[in-house]
Design a protein around this ligand. Structure first.
Ligand SMILES: Nc1ncnc2c1ncn2[C@@H]1O[C@H](COP(=O)(O)OP(=O)(O)OP(=O)(O)O)[C@@H](O)[C@H]1O
Ligand SMILES: [Mg+2]
Length: 527
């Protein structure tokens, strides 16, 4: 692991808010406030005049902007090739836009702690390979040396253990391993993860999630409700105006947050000279969003099932992500699991993940850069031996023909929730007599139908020996390294021909493009 000069930090790059944090020399993870003295910066971007962008503008400022100049929820597009946007004559990508958020966090934090060189960035557990790569690239474009990406629930677990005084060798004595469930409902994503840990060993048992489920979906339900009411009353639909939608989204977010404190809230809509006040009770809100909450519960049940555990086997349920502040979340979890979700005044759901990223960064620093760190001696000794084991969140398969049905299927080579690193070899057979070539396709996903999965890459072994009998053996090896990176080889055994699959990442940036964006980002001023 290569460290650059400068400070090492942890960054929670969120769908709606982002936070940067660092472990101080006494081992305490501390969020670093931005220029406006806030620990959270809205992941919201205003593309202003040429070469100038504003990150995290205040809500009112953003609401009056032209919709085409505002970019939000960019995390949902990470690693997805269909996103298209131009600014200043350049086609810009989700990586580049996320890099501008990172640049802002870095720039503001540097005013407080000095130069920042290295960073750990968090990703939802359920991010697939393409989304992970996009996040890493965003860091590079922002001028950061990304020493690692870490799964958000793993980061939350580190913070939880730290808060309980259970992190690092000093606490090892007579420790009975703890098993916890991290329920993370943020602005745009949901993860449910089971972790077993001792002070020096963190082991993820199982995980599942949804990268398209978060607080913004709760907001959208309120939006639909109030617009329907408005339409009923006046016969016109505020959703026909993009600007109106932008304003109402903001209002609905505030109304939802209000409902976490009060049992009723009122929203006012003014559109084309007409107005309406719509009352929303907490009860109504819970009813409008019940199926969303149920999806999180179903996912959580499935995670336990995967690990073959029952709720009674858990020591704690830990909530993280801003959306867990909705009263419906702890209430339903308590009803459903029989456990009271863990709350701690210091374990603020807004900063848990960023603090965990900072702790992970400090662990890596203690191990790989012990002589050149801001960490104190005691902390270095305490953190150095901590190890983490992850699982893969998506199955990895090969496109094969089912010998019985002759249908094309996704034959799973590495099931999801396998502890990494992991490697497996399986023998396949040629389909027909005198086959000239073999093609191997690697897919990521758990669906039996390969078209419902994402294609990671393919290869061909050509010029096979003549008259190769049908059913000749072909060995295919899949490997997952510790960081979730994938490699695949195929070998025809009779002639000994071998092929390595180049995992092409469709839509992903190549090194030249990354460099181009790095240059572009350095020319932009970010405010
Ligand atoms: N008091 C509150 N009550 C209800 N919801 C809240 C409250 N405070 C914040 N939220 C919601 O939490 C969400 C933001 O949470 P968080 O900052 O954890 O998400 P994120 O990190 O941006 O997103 P993700 O982790 O999904 O990428 C928003 O949808 C916001 O409306
Ligand atoms: Mg988050």
């Amino acid at each position: 692991m290569q460290f650059s000069l400068g400070n090492t930090v942890g960054i929670d790059l969120g769908t709606t808010f982002s936070t940067i944090a660092q472990v101080n020399n006494e081992g305490t993870p501390i969020p670093i406030p931005n220029e406006d003295d806030e620990v959270e910066t809205a992941s919201l971007i205003l593309l202003a005049e040429s070469g100038h962008v504003i990150v995290g503008p205040n809500r009112n400022r953003a609401a009056i902007e032209k919709p085409e100049n505002v970019v939000e929820r960019i995390k949902r597009h990470m690693g997805a090739s269909e996103f298209k946007r131009t600014f200043d004559g350049h086609e810009i990508t989700p990586e580049f836009i996320s890099a501008l958020i990172l640049k802002k966090l870095k720039q503001d934090a540097e005013k407080k702690i000095g130069d920042i060189g290295n960073a750990v960035i968090t990703v939802p557990y359920y991010f697939n390979d393409a989304r992970r790569k996009a996040t890493q690239d965003a860091g590079v474009i922002a001028g950061l040396n990304v020493i690692d990406i870490i799964n958000e629930p793993t980061a939350a677990t580190l913070t939880y253990a730290w808060h309980r005084g259970e992190l690092g060798v000093a606490h090892q004595k007579d420790f009975k391993p703890r098993r916890i469930l991290i329920y993370d409902l943020g602005g745009g994503t949901f993860d449910s993860t089971l972790v077993e840990y001792t002070p020096t060993h963190f082991h993820v048992l199982a995980t599942d999630g949804d990268v398209m489920l978060g607080g913004i979906d709760w907001n959208d339900r309120v939006l639909t409700f109030i617009c329907d009411e408005f339409k009923e009353k006046h016969g016109i639909d505020p959703r026909d105006s993009e600007q109106m939608v932008q304003i109402l989204r903001n209002d609905c977010d505030l109304a939802k947050i209000d409902l976490s404190r009060r049992t009723e809230t009122v929203l006012s809509i003014r559109y084309e000279g007409k107005s309406a006040s719509v009352r929303v009770s907490r009860e109504k809100f819970d009813e409008l969003t019940n199926d969303l909450l149920q999806r999180t519960i179903d996912t959580t049940d499935f995670v336990l099932e995967q690990a073959q555990l029952k709720y009674a086997d858990l020591d704690a349920v830990v909530l993280t992500g801003g959306s867990t502040l909705m009263p419906q979340v702890p209430r339903r979890l308590k009803e459903h699991t029989g456990l009271t979700p863990y709350t701690h005044a210091d374990l603020d759901p807004h900063t848990t993940v960023a603090k965990g990223a900072a702790i992970h960064a400090a662990i890596l620093e203690a191990r790989h850069r012990p002589e050149d760190t801001t960490l104190g001696e005691r902390i270095k000794k305490m953190f150095e031996p901590i190890r983490q084991e992850d699982v893969n969140s998506h199955g990895l398969g090969i496109v094969a023909k089912d010998p019985r049905t002759q249908k094309t299927i996704n034959h799973i080579m590495i099931p999801r929730n396998t502890t990494l690193p992991f490697s497996v070899t399986q023998t396949f057979q040629t389909n027909k007599q005198d086959q000239q070539r073999i093609s191997v396709q690697v897919v990521e996903g758990d669906a039996p139908d390969p078209t419902a999965c994402s294609l990671l890459g393919k290869c061909k072994i050509t010029d096979l020996p003549v008259d190769l009998p049908q059913g000749s053996p072909v060995d295919v090896t899949y490997s997952f390294d510790k960081n979730g990176r994938i490699s695949v080889t195929a070998k025809e055994k009779t002639g000994g021909k071998e092929a390595v699959i180049d995992i092409e990442r469709r839509g992903a940036l190549d090194n030249r493009q990354i460099e181009g964006f790095l240059k572009l980002a350095s020319e932009y001023t970010v405010e």
